[in-house]
Design a protein around this ligand. Structure first.
Ligand code: GLN
Length: 478
């Protein structure tokens, strides 16, 4: 069967009787089995997906189908789905089943989406390569010896390799945008608080945001429209009205765009990535947009600030996994303290343990002011500067990641090198503003290069419309 790249194409095929939801689910399940080596899915909800497909086919025939009828979606293993296993790719949640469904997932189901399975990711969403999963690494479909990026690597590959039409991931410091860049798809991190986090496993709560991975901007817009908005189960979610993003995708406007000069001068930036993004910048200028270099003096501070704050929050959030309440419990314990220690030593992987220890250290009485308080202050400076730039410019553009997909194993020996892979994505996360990665070019090895755009909080409509315009009108040759 041919590959469908948008819900619109699928709906057209269904309307003209060339396709049914059942056939579509068969197609994806066939692809998942055929490409099992990619390790993108931890579990496929085969029977359930077929049952739901028949229900949706029936509703389409009756004219009662929801907005997402025909959309087959995979969910990252950090989103609760009642009655289904949920384990953040960790052994510590082995055997745990969700008691309820995340609000975002509930809203997808209410619009007749079909959830096809649970996707591999870095353990507790900590990573930039999907090599930290206790279920083994995910492979990039363009080159199986390379990583898909992380932490939502399984979700990205699933869309890249046509294992489902869209994936729902989470983005704390780039986990939707960076794998989208490595896999040649669209990855959207909405404004912090735009989508309810109820039912999303917490990593760093003041950063975590549910994100969207698709082949088309139109599908991202539709999914955002369905999932965003107030929710009585998340007191931090925004109460703002949700625009009809999917109807606001056309734009003829000439925008004011800033490109962050310091990013393009940073040491680890691959020259092909640099040339591609500067190429887009020039094309935007030629197309009549006002494009200017801007200064962002805090580039050197964003990665340390991010890692101090997120490890602090993680050490607190992950305190709940103690062998008593959820999932895995060590068999080797002799008393309560050894139950905690052994469960956590056996259940958590090395990267998660490293972050819990780092976070506990930066929050400890002697170092709290030197690290945690200071990082909070620096976060404020970064946010104020980012907001100030976004008052002057409609969009800030920069690469999503400093390189294209690297080899499996290439960065695992050096966690600091891995943390630097986040250099361009964490600014939007520290500032809480929306950001998107769109595929604009390929390097000499055929690996995808993503362009990242940031905009003002809650201006996803403009972000999506402009991304759509770039993908439509701007073609870069590298
Ligand atoms: N790579 C970053 C980290 O490891 C981002 C992860 C994420 O966004 N969940 O923290």
């Amino acid at each position: 069967m041919k590959q469908y790249n948008s819900l619109n194409d699928i709906r057209t095929a269904i309307t003209t009787a060339q396709l049914t939801c059942r056939k579509l689910v068969e197609h994806y399940i066939h692809n998942i089995q055929e490409q099992a080596e990619l390790n993108a899915f931890l579990e496929v909800f085969e029977q359930e997906a077929f049952t739901q497909a028949d229900i949706v086919d029936h509703k389409i025939a009756n004219g009662t189908a929801g907005k997402l009828a025909g959309m087959v979606i995979g969910i990252k293993d950090v989103l609760a789905f009642e009655g289904h296993s949920l384990q953040a790719s960790s052994q510590i949640l082995n055997g745990f089943k969700s008691l309820y469904t995340a609000t975002a997932v509930q809203r997808l189901l209410a619009e007749d989406a079909i959830i096809i399975g649970r996707q591999n990711c870095d353990e507790f969403a900590m990573g930039a390569s999907n090599e930290n999963s206790s279920f083994g690494p995910v492979r990039n479909a363009d080159d199986h010896s390379r990583v898909p990026g992380g932490s939502s690597g399984g979700s990205a590959v699933a869309v890249q390799a046509d294992l489902c039409l869209a994936s729902i991931g989470s983005d704390t410091g780039g986990s939707v945008r960076q794998p989208a860049s490595f896999c040649g798809i669209v990855g959207l991190k909405p404004t912090y608080s735009r989508i309810s986090r109820y039912g999303l496993i917490a990593y760093a709560s003041s950063f975590d945001q549910i994100g969207i991975m698709t082949k088309s901007v139109a599908d991202a817009a539709l999914l955002l429209e369905v999932m965003a908005g107030k929710d009585e189960y998340d007191s931090t979610v925004s109460q703002r009205e949700v625009p009809a993003y999917s109807e606001l995708l056309q734009t003829e406007k000439k925008y004011k765009i800033g490109y962050i000069r310091d990013c393009f001068e940073s040491e680890g930036l691959d020259t092909e990535v640099k040339d591609a993004i500067l190429g887009v910048k020039d094309l935007l200028k030629d197309a009549g947009h006002q494009v200017e270099a801007v200064e962002f003096p805090y580039l050197d501070f964003i990665v340390p600030t991010y890692y101090i704050l997120t490890t602090a929050e993680a050490s607190s959030n992950l305190g709940r996994y103690d062998g008593v309440k959820y999932g895995f419990r060590s068999d080797n314990a002799t008393d309560l303290t050894s139950l905690y220690k052994k469960t956590r030593a056996e259940g958590f992987g090395l990267e998660v343990q490293r972050r819990i220890m780092l976070g506990t250290f930066v929050l400890s009485a002697d170092y709290y002011d030197a690290y945690y308080t200071k990082a909070q202050k620096v976060r404020r400076l970064i946010k104020e500067k980012t907001d100030e730039l976004l008052q002057q410019y409609d969009f800030l553009i920069l690469p999503t990641a400093p390189t294209t997909a690297f080899k499996i194993g290439e960065n695992t020996a050096n966690p600091l090198a891995m943390y630097l892979a986040d250099i361009f994505t964490v600014q939007a996360s520290l500032a809480g503003v929306p950001a998107i990665s769109i595929p604009v070019a390929r390097d000499a090895n055929g690996l995808s290069i993503g362009l990242q755009l940031m905009t003002r909080s809650f201006e996803e409509a403009a972000l999506l419309a402009f991304s759509n315009y770039i993908l439509d009108k701007i073609t870069v040759e590298v």
